[in-house]
Each structure stands twice: as structure tokens, then as C-alpha cells.
Design a protein around this ligand. Structure first.
Ligand SMILES: NC(=O)C1=CN([C@@H]2O[C@H](COP(=O)(O)OP(=O)(O)OC[C@H]3O[C@@H](n4cnc5c(N)ncnc54)[C@H](OP(=O)(O)O)[C@@H]3O)[C@@H](O)[C@H]2O)C=CC1
Ligand SMILES: Nc1nc(=O)c2c([nH]1)NC[C@@H]1CN(c3ccc(C(=O)N[C@@H](CCC(=O)O)C(=O)O)cc3)C=[N+]21
Length: 288
């Protein structure tokens, strides 16, 4: 039986990290150490783990990294004050507020409070607007979709005129993913939980990108033979094993290429975050 190419996100991430480390060294020689700050509100164990792995990676690559942790019941004002301080801190080039935030905090207020030039997640309306308008020039773009574009390019997946179907429409993944693919001349469909016949839509996809958080939502009958399948979802099954939104074992048998979980999109997200932090540090020099 013909099996899909397994897209090796871990290996690609290593290559990107090596280049980032090189760029950090060059910047440090010019007395600029790229700095990233992560804000984490609450005690969610998974969020804590991801935040730590981001921090560890930043330090390994020679960057400055600070973590601001707040309890679950923290007020919006406290978080806004922390952002204000980081906005004014010249040693910090990238600010990331880990999602999700507790209900008493308005995520819109928080994303708009980060100065656009340090908005490494690309959540600020100014950066989202520039992406949507496909403006030229330097601005940050959400790391997960940006990392997926890097993966598609590395595996020479054609985009022009291809039908890309995205399942999930969050501001973290689905929406910026749709914008990037439209900007790359793909034909883009975006599904959410109201979508009438999800399988009928996903079956049309040349490129299928799934970001829902519903483990194994996508089965073999959802996928056109020969499609490229990108799995963003991260879920823990009953045994605590990490699984994606795609039933990998079934879909691998008919896809042309597929990303695994773990070892696919996840490591690329972190590598892209580090890469973009370096870019923000460089851009801050250009703009004074
Ligand atoms: N690997 C990585 O680097 C990253 C992984 N993730 C993971 O990706 C997943 C998605 O994250 P995120 O985008 O933040 O999640 P959200 O919960 O913000 O969004 C989930 C999206 O999935 C859609 N959805 C839910 N159920 C269905 C369904 N049955 N059929 C079709 N669409 C559905 C929702 O639709 P609707 O809007 O209509 O409700 C929504 O748009 C999570 O597992 C998260 O942990 C996230 C970021 C990075
Ligand atoms: N503001 C914000 N930006 C984010 O980018 C963001 C966020 N909030 N909130 C949560 C999600 C989730 N996310 C992941 C990043 C890396 C892995 C990752 O490296 N995963 C490894 C496995 C890790 C493990 O073993 O558990 C892999 O897939 O191989 C997973 C998930 C970023 N997110």
C-alpha cells in the first residue's frame, strides 16, 4: 500500500532554530539581545508546559526570556499594567499572552494593548488588518499559520489555484491561515462547527488544514486521495497520549503528505515564534 509522506516538523524546526541561533549571535555582537516576554494567567498544566518550552527554547538560542505568571483570578487591569511595562521595556522585542485567558479578562482589550511592533502573535487589529489586506512591509503574523506556510514551502506543495480547506476559524490559527493562503493565490474555504456537511467540503480539499481541538475529528472518508493534510490539533486521549484532530493511521493510507502529532505543527510553531522574535528585534533597529 502507498503511504503518505510524513512531514517532519521536528526536523524542519531544528533547521530553523539553527538559523535563528546564528542570527541571535550576530545581533548580540551588535549589542542587541533579542528578548521575548510571555504572560501566563492561570494554572492550566498544558499552558504551563507550553510556556516553559517556549522559555527554554528562547534561552537555548541565546535570547532574553521573561515569564510573567499571574493567578487565575487576576484582574484585567493587572494584565494591562504588565503589558504597558513590557511595551516600554527596550530589552523586550516580543510579547505573547498565552491563550486562553480567564473569563473576567477581555481578550480584545489585551490584544489591542500590546504595541503592534512587539505583537509576536500577530493578534493586534493593525497587524491582522495588514495581513488581511496583504500589505507589503514588515509586520508579525500568527506563528502557527506562518510555520505551516514554511512547512508547505519546504515540501514544495503548490498553492496557486489549489483548494485549501481550513477547519477551525480562531484568531490564533484558522483566520490568519485563511488570509495567508488567499494571499498565496489558493482558493480557500473555512469551516466551523455550524458547517452543514463537513465531510462533503473537506473531501474537496487539495490541502486540508485542521485546527479544532476535537481529537480524530477527521477520518479517512473526509479526505480526498492525494490531499496534503496538516493537523494543528493537540488533545490528550483517555490514556493521556497526545493525539491530533486527524485520525493519522487511517488518513496516512490515502493522503499524499501528512503532519504527525506530536512532531508536526507544534515544533514549527515554537521555531517560528523564535524566528519572529529575532525579526522583531531587527525591525526595531530599522525603525529606531
Ligand atoms: N500545534 C500547535 O502549534 C498549536 C495547536 N493548537 C491546537 O489547535 C486546536 C485549535 O486551537 P484554536 O484554534 O485556538 O481553538 P479554538 O477553540 O479557539 O477554535 C476551535 C475552532 O474549531 C471549530 N470547531 C469545533 N468543533 C468543530 C466541528 N465539530 N466541526 C468543525 N469545526 C469545529 C470551532 O468552530 P466555531 O468557530 O464555529 O465554534 C472553532 O473555530 C487546539 O487543540 C489547540 O490546542 C493551537 C495553536 C497552536
Ligand atoms: N498566545 C498564544 N499563542 C500560541 O501560539 C498558543 C497559545 N497562545 N495557547 C496555546 C496554543 C497551543 N500551542 C502549542 C505550541 C506548541 C506545541 C508543541 O510543541 N507540541 C509538541 C508536543 C508537546 C507535547 O509533548 O505535549 C508537538 O506537537 O510535537 C503545542 C501547542 C501554542 N499556542
Amino acid at each position: 500500500m502507498k503511504m503518505a509522506i510524513v512531514i517532519d516538523g521536528k526536523k524542519l524546526a531544528k533547521q530553523i532554530n539553527a538559523r535563528t541561533q546564528q542570527q541571535v549571535t550576530e545581533l548580540v555582537e551588535q549589542k542587541i539581545q533579542p528578548g521575548i516576554a510571555v504572560i501566563l494567567v492561570g494554572e492550566d498544566p498544558a499552558s504551563k508546559m507550553y510556556t516553559r518550552s517556549k522559555q527554554r527554547k528562547a534561552e537555548t538560542l541565546g535570547m532574553k526570556s521573561i515569564l510573567k505568571e499571574f493567578p487565575q483570578d487576576t484582574s484585567e487591569q493587572t494584565v494591562l499594567n504588565a503589558i504597558k511595562e513590557l511595551n516600554e521595556d527596550a530589552s523586550i522585542h516580543a510579547i505573547l499572552v498565552q491563550a486562553p485567558l480567564p473569563p473576567q479578562i477581555d481578550a480584545d482589550m489585551v490584544t489591542s494593548a500590546i504595541v503592534p511592533s512587539k505583537d509576536v502573535d500577530g493578534f493586534h487589529p493593525q497587524n491582522l488588518g495588514r495581513l488581511y489586506a496583504n500589505q507589503h512591509g514588515n509586520y508579525p503574523v500568527a506563528c502557527t499559520p506562518k510555520g505551516i506556510m514554511t512547512m508547505l514551502a519546504a515540501y514544495q506543495v503548490p498553492l496557486t489555484g489549489q483548494h485549501a480547506v481550513i477547519v477551525g476559524r480562531s484568531i490564533l490559527v484558522g483566520k490568519p491561515m485563511a488570509a495567508l493562503l488567499m494571499n498565496a493565490d489558493a482558493t480557500v474555504s473555512v469551516a466551523g462547527h455550524h458547517t452543514k456537511d463537513l465531510a462533503a467540503l473537506t473531501q474537496q480539499a487539495d490541502i486540508l488544514i485542521v485546527a479544532t481541538g476535537i481529537g480524530h475529528l477527521i477520518k479517512a472518508e473526509f479526505v480526498k486521495p492525494g490531499a496534503v493534510v496538516i493537523d494543528v490539533g493537540i488533545e490528550h486521549d483517555q490514556d493521556g497520549k497526545l493525539i491530533g484532530d486527524v485520525d493519522f493511521d487511517a488518513v496516512e493510507k490515502l493522503a499524499r503528505a501528512i503532519t504527525p502529532v506530536p512532531g508536526g505543527v507544534g515544533p514549527m510553531t515554537i521555531a517560528t515564534l523564535m524566528q519572529q522574535t529575532v525579526e522583531l528585534a531587527k525591525w526595531s533597529q530599522l525603525n529606531g
